[in-house]
Structures are given as structure tokens and as C-alpha cells.
Write a protein that binds this ligand. Sequence first.
Ligand SMILES: CC(C)(COP(=O)(O)OP(=O)(O)OC[C@H]1O[C@@H](n2cnc3c(N)ncnc32)[C@H](O)[C@@H]1OP(=O)(O)O)[C@@H](O)C(=O)NCCC(=O)NCCSC(=O)Cc1ccccc1
Length: 154
Amino acid sequence: MTEQKAIQDQIPGNHCFGCGPDNDRGLRIKSYWSDDDRTHCDFTPQPHHSAGPVQYLNGGIIATVIDCHTICTAIADGYLQAGRPVGSGGKIWYATGKLEVNYQAPAAIDKPVTLEARIVERSEKKTLLHCDLISGGRVCASAEVVAVRVPDNW
Ligand SMILES: CC(C)(COP(=O)(O)OP(=O)(O)OC[C@H]1O[C@@H](n2cnc3c(N)ncnc32)[C@H](O)[C@@H]1OP(=O)(O)O)[C@@H](O)C(=O)NCCC(=O)NCCSC(=O)Cc1ccccc1
């Protein structure tokens, strides 16, 4: 079986702190398709990603990885809906219009987290996504995201 290339490694010119391969001080998360409408991402927190108590993952980092995983999903889906391989032809770009995170339980700093996103609805101008962040077998945060299509020079 051919190994799947990460979505972020197919999107050109991405300097984003959370997901840009071109940002050498960023988190550089990697997302993959699970099926037609779902993606996943495994992220290993580092000690300096902690909240006030050193044993828990910082809420802003949680929001960032959810933001980046879902927006990259929307971008990749935008290419697929256009019938083009991700990164080919004119650039397809989405920005975060809305990110609503519900923090349900603390996520341990010393365990990998998994992000599972699903596309709930798509239209020409926007994509709605749901995303769960799972740590130690439980959903620690879940989010609703509105990804808005922006011009290729955004
Ligand atoms: C672009 C936009 C979000 C929306 O522009 P507009 O001209 O207002 O949009 P337009 O009127 O064309 O509406 C189209 C459709 O969308 C809907 N809708 C719109 N807004 C919202 C909303 N807030 N909430 C909910 N829905 C909203 C609107 O109702 C309409 O729906 P309809 O089709 O009628 O059903 C603008 O406010 C902006 O630039 N904000 C700052 C964004 C920013 O800085 N984000 C952070 C940096 S990006 C990042 O970090 C991620 C990243 C990682 C890696 C790589 C790339 C990215």
C-alpha cells in the first residue's frame, strides 16, 4: 500500500505557526484523510506546550491544532471538490472565520493527542467542520469550525 502524503506537505507556501512546513519554529502538524469526509492527525505535545500546571496541555495550543487540522482539511477538500490534486493549479486558500472550542477535560502533556475532523457541510464559500481532540481514550475538547474561502492572494 502506498503511504499517504500529509495534507500539509501538499499545500504550497504555508508559513502557519500550527501547520506550515515553511515555519521552522511552528508545531508542524500533519493531517491525513481517514475517508471521504474525515481526517485525522496525531500530535505529540512538548513540555513547553503546558498550561499553568505542567501536567496539562495549554488551551491555546489545543485551539491551534484544532484550527490548523480543520482548515487544512477544508483546503484539501476544496481542491478535491474542484477535481484537482491538492496543491495543483491556482491556489485554494481558506481562513478561520469561526472557531468554537468546548474544553471537556484536561489533556495530558505527556500523551499523544489525536485530532479527528469531519466535514459537516460545504458550500462554494465556506466549509463547516467538527473536530474532536482525544487524549488517553477520551474526548478532551471538541470544536465547531467555519472555514471561509478567501482569494488566492490572501
Ligand atoms: C475571510 C473572512 C473570515 C470572512 O470574510 P467575509 O468577506 O466576511 O466573508 P463572506 O461575506 O464572503 O462570507 C462567506 C460565507 O462565510 C460566512 N462567514 C464569514 N465570516 C464568518 C464568521 N466569522 N463566522 C461564521 N460564518 C462566517 C458568511 O456568512 C458567508 O456564508 P454564506 O455563504 O452566506 O452562507 C474575514 O472575516 C476575515 O478575513 N477574517 C479574518 C480571518 C483570520 O484572520 N483568521 C485567522 C487566520 S487563518 C488561520 O490561522 C488558518 C490557516 C492555517 C493555514 C493556512 C491558512 C489558514
